[in-house]
Design a binder for this molecule. Structure first.
Ligand code: HEC
Ligand code: HEC
Length: 277
């Protein structure tokens, strides 16, 4: 077997052995051309970098949370909420670290706009934030960071961040109790009086995207210093439901390790059912 280093440094030898193994005579002339030039150190370094980029996490450098939020606000208007949150983090790291961040086509995350292509499922800012967390954190911490992000978003009034040059001076806040785009947007429409497809609602989601980007940057910064601590927990009412409906419960038929409210949807539990209101 040829080791990777041999592959990298002995390109001519490799091509010859490939040609021999495959019996493809056409390759021999190609090998002869390649054999003349040994790979440059730059070419070797590039191959090594490409191989390293296959491994997560990618190198992290402390982010400026406000600059990250501002980048997220701008990116929202270029490709929606998921792209906005993802590009906020990855774009800041691209500027600070360079490779491998400059190899990642962040625009792919535009698919997540408005709960994936307008379907109103998972809030795209949260989706993009979690994807960015996955790129830069390790197995031990990424789940905790994502749980904290989702609980924070569900439990607190959003948006929290006001951009430096907003399109509207004031944006109402609302608490969604849910990571779903549909619930988050419609609760905000009810709180603000604006329509779901209005420019005010778009601005609200741009501020939410910036807020998420800022919070992710703050969490990643404290995680990098090993000082991250989750500030939000699962509400007791939900823990109570999951005691029976979650893993190992008497009626294990719900696949949700955490939520902020079950009764925002289940409003009609029978009067004898635990947690009915
Ligand atoms: C002590 C255990 C227990 C707890 C706590 C509990 N459930 Fe249930 N739940 C059950 C069982 C058992 C059933 C099935 C009842 C049946 O089959 O008649 C059920 C049925 C349901 C159903 C089906 C429709 C209905 O009303 O029967 C829903 C929805 C539900 N639970 C939601 C919740 C929510 C939301 C909570 C928390 C607020 C919760 N449950 C807490 C045991 C529990
Ligand atoms: C976003 C709305 C929503 C939230 C939040 C939600 N559910 Fe549901 N749940 C549904 C829908 C929709 C169904 C399927 C329709 C149905 O059976 O009521 C369902 C079904 C269920 C069922 C089965 C009901 C049956 O008829 O057998 C249980 C039990 C249940 N949910 C418990 C929970 C618990 C516990 C939580 C909190 C951890 C929760 N749900 C949060 C919407 C929701």
């Amino acid at each position: 077997m040829t080791t990777r280093r041999q592959v990298l440094t002995g390109a001519g030898g490799l091509v010859l052995s490939v040609a021999a193994a495959s019996g493809a005579m056409g390759l021999v002339s190609c090998a002869a051309t390649q054999q003349k030039e040994a790979p440059t150190p730059q070419a070797v370094a590039q191959l090594q970098q490409a191989a390293d980029a296959q491994q997560l996490p990618w190198p992290y450098k402390a982010l400026d949370p406000v600059a990250t939020a501002e980048r997220g606000y701008k990116a929202y208007y270029d490709g929606g909420c998921m792209y906005g949150a993802f590009e906020a983090i990855i774009g800041e790291l691209r500027a600070a670290v360079g490779a491998p961040y400059n190899t990642l086509p962040t625009k792919m995350m535009a698919y997540g706009k408005a709960g994936v292509n307008g379907w109103g499922t998972l809030c795209g800012a949260l989706n993009g934030g979690a994807a960015a967390i996955y790129v830069v954190s390790d197995d031990k911490t990424r789940d905790q960071l994502i749980d904290e992000l989702y609980s924070w978003y569900s439990q607190e009034a959003m948006p929290q961040y006001t951009p430096k040059n907003p399109k509207f001076q004031k944006i109402a806040t609302s608490t969604s109790e849910s990571p779903l785009c549909h619930i988050s947007v419609t609760k905000w429409c009810n709180a603000s009086g604006f329509a779901a497809l209005s420019p005010e609602r778009a601005e609200r989601c741009a501020w939410v995207t910036a807020s998420v980007a800022k919070y992710v940057a703050e969490m990643l910064n404290s995680n990098a210093q090993a000082s991250f601590k989750a500030a939000h927990t699962i509400p007791a009412a939900v823990t109570q439901c999951l005691a029976c409906h979650g893993k190992g419960g008497a009626k294990e038929n719900v696949h949700a390790s955490r939520m902020t409210s079950c009764t925002q949807c289940h409003t009609d539990l029978g009067p004898k059912h635990p947690g009915s209101r």
